[in-house]
Structures are given as C-alpha cells and as structure tokens.
Design a protein around this ligand. Structure first.
Ligand code: F6R
Length: 603
C-alpha cells in the first residue's frame, strides 16, 4: 500500500526517489517523506498530504545526496500527520515501512519502560527503536536488522539507511519488495514495486521472506548482496530483467488514468484474444486439460472477487467444474474443506493483496495446486503459484480497477474455453471480437452516459440490481460508484430486493437496473416493483424492448447479439463510465479517491 524507493549511487538520489514515488503514489497518498545524507548526517523531510507537498518543501533547499530513502504512506497505525509520516529516523538510522507490526503495542510498552523515546504513533517506529537498541548491543547492523525483524510479528517490508555508510538494507515478510541494479551506471535501488525502477534498474531481484538485502557501492561498483537471518549468504531471491514499460505512466489525451484505462479496453480485449487463441498463449490456456481439477476454490478481494463471481459461471457451464468464490479475508480465517483433486484459484491485479496471498498459502499448505489469474508478472502471487494465467492488462494506475476486471473475466473465459478444447472454434474468437467492438462503441458514445450522470449525480442513494451473471456486475457497479463518487451504493440480486432492501425505495432512491436477455421478464418485474414504490429507474438492457422504456425513467440500450457469454463485461463498461462521469461532476479525486490505496498489502 505504501510506496518505497531507495537509492545509492554516484548521482543525486532525490530525482530517482521522487520519480519512483510519483509512480507509486497511486498506492497511498496520506503523506510523503525522504531521508537523505547531508553533511554526513541523516536528514529527514516529510509532509502530510500528497507527494506534491514534499516536492515543494524540497524545492526550497534543493538538497543533493548520493544515498536516500523515500516513502508515500497509506496510514494504518497513527493519524495522517507529519509526525507519523515516514521515514522514521534518529541520529544513526532511518527506516521506511510498508505493512503492520502486529505486536507493536506490547513491544513499545517494553521499550518505553527501558527508557526509549518515540516521536510518532506508528508501529513502524518500533522497528527503528528495536534496530537502534540491537545495533548498540551488537555493534553490527546486519545482526541488529535480523534480531529486530525476528522480534516483530505481522507482514511488513522495511528499507533501512544508516549514517555510518552509504548502504541500504531491506527485509520483508509477505509484503512486496524488490532490489534493482544498474551495472552501467553503478546505481543500486530498493523499492516496493519494480514499476518504480523502470528506466533506472535493468536488473531486478525479488528477495524471499526473511532474506536481508544489502545494496552498496564498493570501489565505485554497485552491488547487491543477500543474507539469511543467521547472516549466512542467501540465494533465496529471484533475478530478472526489468521487462516493464513506462507507457502506462502517461495519461495521454485523457484527463484521468481511469478514463484512459476504460478506453484501453477494446484494444486489450483483442490483444488477449489474439495471444490466447492465435498466438503463443494458446498452449498456456490449454494447460488445464491435463490437470482435470474437480473443484476450484476461487478467492479474491473487491473487484477481483466480482470477476471471480462471473468466472465461476464459465467453469460450471463449459467445464462442469464446481467452484466456490469467496472473499479472501473470510476464506483464510475459516476452516475450509480442502480436498485432493481440488485447486486453489486466486484472482488479483497486483498479485500483492495480503488476504489473497494468505489464501494461496493456506491452499498450498493443504497440498492443493495453486493457480492465479494475475496482472503483475513477478508479483508475490505470480511467484508463489504453480500456474499463472496473466491477464495482460498493462499497468493499472487508476485506483478504481476497470480494465483489470475486464481482462480477469476474459482470462477466466479463455481458461474455460481452453479446458473445453474450444479455443479454435471461430465463435469463441468472434464473440471476443464482438465484445471489443461493442466496448469501443460504448466508449465513443460516452457523452450519452454523461447525460444520464448529469441527471443522477446529486442523488444520495443507489441500488444496483441484476440477476444471474448481472448480479456480480451490479456489485461491481456499486463498488465503483461508491469508491470514486463517495455516494452510498449497494449491489443486489434483483430477486432479493423484496426480501428487505425494497424498504429503502422511495423517490430519492435510484435503481440502476441491469437486464440481460436471459431472465429478462423476471428482471423486468423486479424493476416494476421499484417503480411501484416511486424509485427513480435507470435501466440498462437489450435494445428493442419498448417495455424497458415504459418502466424506466432513463434507459441505455445495448446490443446483446453475438455475446451469449461475455455480455456482462459490456454492461460493466457502461457502469464504469457512469461512475466516472458522476465522480467528475461531483469533483472528487478520481484517480486517487480518498482513503484508498491501489494495492492492499496489509490485511
Ligand atoms: C476496486 C479495487 C479493489 C481491488 C482489490 C483487490 O476498484 O481496485 O477492490 O480489486 O483491492 O486488488 P488486487 O486485484 O490487486 O488483488
């Protein structure tokens, strides 16, 4: 959730750190800070609010230091203010942290009793104080990091800088961390995301849990070294070339990343289909054939969970495989029955969501094969699963997930088709092509959706309804609206309304009713029930049904022909644009909505 970037090398560290943080700012933006070495001393500058505030502060002094660590925060422990902003430091060490130290209160109590002082309310500072205490006792920073790390509980990543040398140290447990090297310029980096290092570090290293990384410059040569917690050399890390591209960092012609990402969907849909059906991905998508899973335990969070709810229908319908789809934070704390022959399937854009990773670990520990539907190659989920199905969405910067949902659902469809041996059937490619065309049309006609947004944006309550495969779309539509427009919205199975929520309906409540050709009459009668109670109705449904116009106040007609399976994705794009326009009219921060972070690496 928090963004971390560290640099050591021959140049001024401020530029690469700020650039890296700006690429990660979409992950957390409560405060930002940097620690530099100035005149041999550790100098920390930090400021509540967005990175821009830190930039302005730094512009006043224009500091230069060849080593530094920076951080953008998504607050967990301690209010959003300057004191709680990272880095946390003292005369000898500075620390940035992503994660939660679960036993921080008890450790802090003990340290306070021993006479140690704290400047913030964060759990992170507990690590700094432990490190300082152990370094005093042992006179060895590596040993001190190892001891401090073994004392704390919970999932975290730390980057540490010291006054004594220009080295950077890092260590993590179930939190993202990457080291980078540029052998041409002799610069070394540490970050919470390889995305921050694109263009800086062509070589990247992913240390495993409990491996201490050390970036140093020896005789002008940049080096990365890795140690186990007993300080013996470690080979538990993955080395890769940084193959990511920077295209994603620009909004291009669009006002927001979210809008750009919505508009990217037609191209991405076609690209994935070409890769999976006509290209080198075909064999990947047919891999399930030799595996014959009996049951998929699908787990995910948020939008990815909604994608799982759609995907379940594909495996059941085309492959006759039973599936459960559960919220990761629930699954991990139940005692799910996990049996031989069953498979854990995890859906995640980032591949770093703490609860989803915990479910993967749980399934693995029960001997289940684990597969992912994931966007980020090299992420923890990608590395830990036995089999990965990449969704090829490119970097998603908008905090509200749009194109990742579409690509996740499409990947699930292609997996089901690959397993059924149907990837070669012309109808499969044709349906995806049709989807891409229809999504492109919706994007071109975005002004029609804007007109509807104009009629709705001041309303206080929204109930999204759908039946069958449109129920998860109702959930996703409501999530998108609440997260970027800050209005109360609920997704409901249309048939459930009369079991309680219909009590909410009056002339202040908007019903966004999703109707597909399947169960059309039944869904229509649910809309009638809302109309009878004076609810304001915006219906999205198949064209050519005059009754849809009669029953609704506003209507958006769609062509469902040629989309027997993938129409829910098309309907969802209308909702993405509706949320976008409502949020824009309300003037919210669309790409960085309040209180949210892009990648939820704490549970
Ligand atoms: C909503 C949204 C979140 C994520 C969820 C899982 O727009 O983006 O609900 O879908 O936090 O994230 P990933 O897919 O990275 O595991």
């Amino acid at each position: 959730m928090c963004g971390i970037v560290g640099y050591t090398g021959p140049k001024n560290s401020v530029q690469p750190i700020l650039e890296g943080l700006s690429r990660l700012e979409y992950r957390g933006y409560d405060s930002a800070g940097i620690c530099l070495k100035l005149n041999g001393k550790l100098d920390i500058v930090k400021k509540e609010g967005k990175l821009e505030n830190l930039r302005s502060l730094l512009a006043q002094s224009n500091p230069s230091s060849n080593v530094g660590i920076g951080h953008t925060r998504w607050a967990t422990h301690g209010a959003v203010n300057n004191d709680n902003a990272h880095p946390h430091g003292n005369e000898d060490f500075a620390v940035v942290h992503n994660g939660i130290i679960e036993n921080a209160p008890i450790l802090k109590k003990g340290l306070l009793a021993e006479g140690w002082n704290f400047k913030s309310q964060t759990d992170s500072e507990v690590f700094l104080v432990l490190l300082t205490k152990f370094a005093k006792e042992d006179g060895d920073i590596l040993k001190a990091i190892s001891r401090a790390f073994q004392t704390i509980q919970g999932n975290s990543a730390f980057v540490i800088m010291e006054k004594a040398t220009d080295r950077l140290f890092c260590v993590k447990r179930s939190a993202p961390l990457v080291c980078g090297l540029n052998p041409n310029t002799n610069e070394a980096f540490v970050s919470s995301d390889p995305f921050a290092l694109i263009g800086y570090a062509p070589e990247i290293y992913f240390p495993q849990d409990g491996v201490i990384g050390c970036a140093s410059i020896m005789n002008g040569i940049a080096k990365m070294a890795f140690y186990e917690l007993d300080l013996s050399p470690s080979s538990r890390y993955l080395a890769q070339k940084n193959a990511m591209s920077l295209d994603a960092t620009s909004k291009g012609q669009y006002e927001h990343f979210m809008l750009k990402e919505i508009h990217e969907q037609p191209g991405l849909i076609e690209k994935l289909a070409a890769f999976a059906i006509k290209g080198e991905g075909k064999k990947d998508f047919e891999q399930l054939r030799g595996k014959n899973p009996d049951f998929f335990h699908i787990t995910a969070c948020g939008t990815a969970w909604h994608a799982g709810l759609v995907i379940k229908n594909f495996f059941e319908k085309f492959n006759n495989i039973r599936c459960s789809v559960e919220i990761a934070s629930e699954f991990r704390y139940r005692s799910p029955i996990l049996k031989k022959g069953e498979v854990g399937l995890f859906i995640s854009q980032s591949g770093e969501t703490a609860d989803t990773l915990a479910c993967q670990e749980l399934c693995k520990s029960h001997g289940l094969p684990t597969y992912s539907i994931v966007n980020t190659r090299g992420s923890t989920l990608y590395r830990d699963c036995d089999l990965n199905f990449l969704i090829h969405a490119g970097q998603e910067i908008g905090v509200a997930s749009t194109k990742a949902f579409t690509q996740q659902v499409l990947t699930g469809y292609l997996m089901a088709m690959g397993y059924a041996g149907k990837l070669d059937q012309t109808e499969v490619y044709q349906e995806i092509k049709t989807l891409s065309d229809r999504v492109a049309t919706i994007c071109q006609e975005s002004s029609k959706i804007k007109e509807i947004a104009l009629k709705l944006y001041q309303k206080k309550g929204f109930i999204f309804t759908g039946r069958g495969v449109y129920f998860p779309i109702a959930l996703e539509g409501a999530l998108k609206l609440k997260e970027i427009a800050y209005v109360h919205a609920e997704g409901y199975a249309a048939g459930e309304l009369k079991h309680g929520p219909i009590a909410l309906i009056d002339d202040n409540m908007v019903n966004i009713a999703l109707l597909g050709p399947e169960l059309f009459e039944k869904a229509l009668s649910n809309v009638e029930e809302v109309k009878a109670r004076r609810g304001l109705i915006f219906a999205i449904g198949p064209k050519g049904h005059s009754e849809l116009h009669q029953v609704s106040d506003m209507c958006y007609e769609l062509d469902f022909s040629g989309l027997p399976t993938l129409a829910p994705v098309m309907v969802n794009v209308v909702l993405q644009l509706l949320s976008y326009h409502i949020a824009k009219l309300k003037g919210t921060d669309i790409d960085k909505p309040r209180n949210l972070a892009k990648s939820v690496t704490v549970e």
